[in-house]
Design a protein. Structure first.
Length: 257
């Protein structure tokens, strides 16, 4: 493992499509692209299921203390088919309180029944991102999300499929809103105006905002730009529209260049 501040942990693989944002799911695309012999719609436990507690020869943990662990990015952490393995996964997350685990889910309505008994108000080292892609899914998932005991929460708008009013849900407990367009050859268009609109809503409520990636088709100024996968993150960064609150409480916002 690279000596980095980030690690990936995919305890299980595969997922079932449940929502408009799943239509061109990247897990399905990747499996197809790399000719995986696994069926993506069947959830299977991965060989590195216990990665957070694995140790090297010198007995130190493979994932170094302090790392942010992107969890379950080839599935959904709350997918029903993984119910039998999740309590062990929670236990590893609790044991490695020196790491920060971050997972996104389109199944936030399953969280309550999936929580471990000792969850309380949430584990302090777990960030949960509730994913929404359109107004209808935002209006369904976000009230549920806000009502759950979670210590650290973010809203992930991905893939953005239309203009979304997040206003009623931008409570102070939301630590960040991140927006992404869709990738892949069949990607649906991401309109830059939709992104700017969410940014404006976040700035009004003083909630950090980030434009994570443009997606493959970005509409700006009435023109559609096709953006290769390798530039989708850097182009979003180039837009310089992230909104951060500095440690001294001052807002920092970029401008479109
Ligand atoms: S929930 Fe996520 S991982 Fe599962 S099918 Fe939908 S997009 Fe793919």
């Amino acid at each position: 493992m690279a000596p980095a501040d980030y690690a990936d942990w995919n305890p299980w693989h595969g997922c079932t499509k449940i929502s408009p944002g799943c239509k061109y799911c990247y897990v399905y695309r990747q499996d197809e692209m790399y000719g995986s012999d696994k069926r993506t719609d069947l959830v299977t436990k991965n060989a590195d299921f216990d990665l957070p507690v694995r140790r090297k020869r010198d007995k130190s943990y493979k994932i170094p203390s302090g790392a942010v662990v992107f969890t379950c990015f080839t599935s959904d952490f709350l997918v029903k088919d993984a119910d039998v393995w999740r309590s062990e996964a929670w236990a590893m997350m609790k044991l490695r309180s020196d790491l920060t685990f971050y997972f996104f889910t389109k199944r936030i309505d399953r969280l309550r029944k999936c929580l471990p008994e000792d969850w309380g108000d949430g584990y302090d080292n777990v960030i949960i991102g509730c994913t929404v892609e359109n107004q209808e899914r935002a209006d369904y998932r976000l009230p549920v999300f806000l009502d759950l005991p979670i210590r650290h929460r973010s809203i992930i708008v991905a893939p953005i499929l239309g203009r979304i009013d997040l206003g009623p849900y931008l409570a102070p407990c939301i630590e960040e809103v991140a927006v992404s367009g869709e990738s892949g050859i069949q990607a649906r268009v991401c309109d830059f105006e939709w992104v700017l609109d969410i940014r404006r809503q976040c700035m009004e409520q003083d909630i950090p905002f980030s434009f994570h990636q443009t997606g493959a088709k970005l509409r700006k100024g009435g023109k559609i730009y096709c953006i290769p996968r390798k530039f989708q993150i850097s182009q979003a960064r180039k837009a310089a529209i992230d909104y951060r609150i500095s440690p001294d409480g001052k807002p920092e916002n970029g401008e479109w260049k």
